[in-house]
Design a protein around this ligand. Structure first.
Ligand code: COI
Length: 354
């Protein structure tokens, strides 16, 4: 890790493109801000970082990332409060997680001071892109790619660490119904499921497209060996409310250690809700649904925040979830976003002032 002072080179755009953006009609992840943070790894060290205008990269077609998918990423958000102050949510956790993901993918870890200096300098520069009001945020995407021109199957000697930002509203538009996985798997024991490795996401696209064709927006992945236990949704961790108890799978090497997930578990405890972090069987959820005990299913993730699930299918059986007047999903979303937007107290010290 570097302990040298950081001197980020900054080149600004001559004219911002912000006026061309309709902030009331954003599709998730389609519009990017004016600048990006870039830092190269070469000769065994991370070089002086730069902030430059958002632009295409020039990368050799032989770069290892294109052949072996040596790439990891993170998802974070920045929020603006009514006093125009900018906040992030638990960014230390994202920093640790990207390095955990990098470690698993044989990518050199990124220095903490570079990460935080880069992030805060970039956000200050892009502050006009962060709109006030609940539901508005700036989605931040740090990622690392292997850039060495070499196609032998081994780790790269050079990398780029980049941060791009995209103004965001909601991730899922409309009702979300899910299919419980019976055939395909997202992750296996000893694999990379816990890492935010690019390939974990790409590998879901084909089975998810089959689910889409059946009218489902997402797949709830089950354990690869038996398909009997519910694990995560791929873009979100997943929670079940049976009676008044909240159930979610424990993290392991197949499941992403979601920051929204652990915040929801804490909020549930703060609200006196019984939380069971344990393996959740497909059969028990179906049985609870048949008996009317399954009150809610919701996903939790940075991009999606808290997303209620309206129904699911498994083994050819379809289930619709009842509408709840006082749902846990809306309670947690309210409490979480109140902390994120600096509306309520922050008893666990999750907010980070930029
Ligand atoms: C996030 O919630 O930040 C994610 O990683 C989901 C992403 C694939 C859009």
């Amino acid at each position: 890790m570097s302990d040298l002072p950081i001197d980020i080179k900054i080149s600004k755009v001559s004219k911002s493109k912000i006026d061309q953006v309709d902030f009331n009609n954003l599709t998730f992840g389609k519009v990017f801000t004016d600048h990006m943070f870039v830092c190269d790894f070469k000769d065994g060290a991370w070089q002086t970082p730069e902030i430059i205008p958002y632009q295409p990269l020039t990368i050799a077609p032989s770069a290892r990332v294109f052949h072996y998918g040596q790439a990891v990423f993170e998802g974070m958000k920045a929020f603006k409060d009514t006093n125009d102050e900018i906040w992030m949510f638990r960014p230390e956790d994202n920093f640790h997680r990207i390095n955990k993901s990098s470690h698993r993918m044989a990518i050199p870890e990124f220095p903490k001071d570079y990460f935080f200096e880069g992030l805060t300098t970039l956000l200050q520069l892009e502050k006009d892109w962060i709109k006030k009001g609940k539901g508005n945020s700036l989605y931040i995407r740090p990622f690392v790619i292997a850039t060495e021109e070499a196609i032998s199957a081994s780790p790269s000697n050079s990398y780029k660490f980049i941060i791009i930002c995209s103004p965001a509203q909601s991730y899922y538009a409309g009702e979300v119904k899910v299919l419980f996985a019976e055939e395909y798997s997202r992750a296996a024991d000893g694999g990379v499921g816990y890492a935010k490795a690019a390939g974990n996401y790409g590998a879901q696209f084909y089975p998810t497209s089959l689910a889409h064709a059946k009218g489902y927006q997402q797949i709830i992945w089950t354990d690869a060996s038996t398909h009997e236990y519910l694990e995560e949704a791929g873009t979100m961790n997943i929670f079940f409310r049976v009676g008044d108890a909240l159930l979610t799978a424990p993290t392991n090497d197949r499941i992403l250690d979601g920051i929204t997930r652990k915040s929801v578990i804490q909020l549930a405890k703060d609200n006196g809700i019984a939380v069971e972090v344990r393996r959740v069987k497909v059969s028990e959820i179906k049985e609870a649904a048949r008996k009317g005990d399954l009150k809610e299913i919701f996903g939790a993730g940075t991009a999606a925040v808290i997303n209620p699930i309206a129904g699911f299918e498994h083994g050819g059986e379809k289930f619709d979830l009842p509408k709840q007047e006082h749902s846990y999903a809306s309670l947690f979303k309210e409490q979480l976003t109140n902390i994120q937007y600096n509306i309520s107290e922050d008893p666990h010290g999750w907010r980070y002032k930029v």
